[in-house]
Design a protein around this ligand. Sequence first.
Ligand SMILES: [Zn+2]
Length: 380
Amino acid sequence: MNISHLQCLKCGAQEPFNFDLNLCPRCGIGGEDDPSILDVHYHYDKAAIEFKASIEKQNGNSLARFLPLLPLKTFIDVLPTGNTSLVPAAQLGFDLGFKNLWLKDETRNPTRSLKDRATAVFVGMAVENGLPEVYCSSAGNAAISLAGYSALAGLKAQVFVPNNVSKTRLDWLNRYGANVHVSSGNYDQAFAESEEIGKTKGWYSRNCAYNPYLVEGKKTVAFEIAQQLNFDAPDVVMAPVGDGCTLAAIGKGFRELRQIGLIDRIPKLIGVQAARLNPLVSRFEGEALKLEQTKASSIAVRKPRNALRLARELQESKGMLVSVDDEEMLVAQKELAQKAGLIAEVTSAASLAALKKLANKFTGEERIVIVVTGGRTDEA
Ligand SMILES: [Zn+2]
């Protein structure tokens, strides 16, 4: 493994690698303030040589080719993750005035969302460290992902979901044989319950907002996008934002590729929230705070936990956050289906809705990638 240390994004203190360390031991959970998120650092000189060799030698589809920049000793057999298509969306691009618009179709992952990338790494760590019982809280996708991957790996999955979780999502969880805990409250309450019970029971946490290693799995989507574009990085990458982990992970992935010399610049990150539930847009862009119900259930997070990580990546990439109405997401969802043949969940259509909103801020020459994060279309 090439990990050098963990570093607190709040106080800057360094910690040695520990598979079970979530938040910074000095800063703790942070109370009303941000949780003290840890970031994984590698010996980049060594990793650079191994990473390039691995990509060249294997030229394969498995996330195993990215092992030199992952927190794993080996890459165990998991459900076949990643290697999703980067689809040129010519009609959508033409209609919006863009010459180069791609859709990174993460709905093609085994349980239909980008969360599978994080779970692939997480399950590897659980197996590697002999941890048979695992847990997470989730609006649906992360829980389903954990349930599916645990089934193949022989782990016991404990999943915590909000009270408004759809019947379809519950059905997926039950089919995979997960132990489902339905909270009496929203996602934020389910999260708190999972942390309390999970810690008491000694289960291993797949809560991406806290566990620093999940981001390492998610960043592989950036590695893949870059590889699919022959390491000529796009100008803009867009994704929906709930806790902030996914977009921050994408930013980290591109930064690491620049650090090891595979790309020479990083794309501008654009994160999208629902206008009705916009804590991060409010915090970073000054929009009036709204905490209402939204159909974008996968980003319905009232208290984002990974804001520090997101803030760093937005700053590094000169990125921005934007909000869109539910109605705009529903129109975009229909357009993804009817102009690109891609069935996406409402949350995952947020980025296209945002691109339409921002179109006049671009020249049309930019190379833009929209990460379509999930394809389960059963949101409330
Ligand atoms: Zn700290």
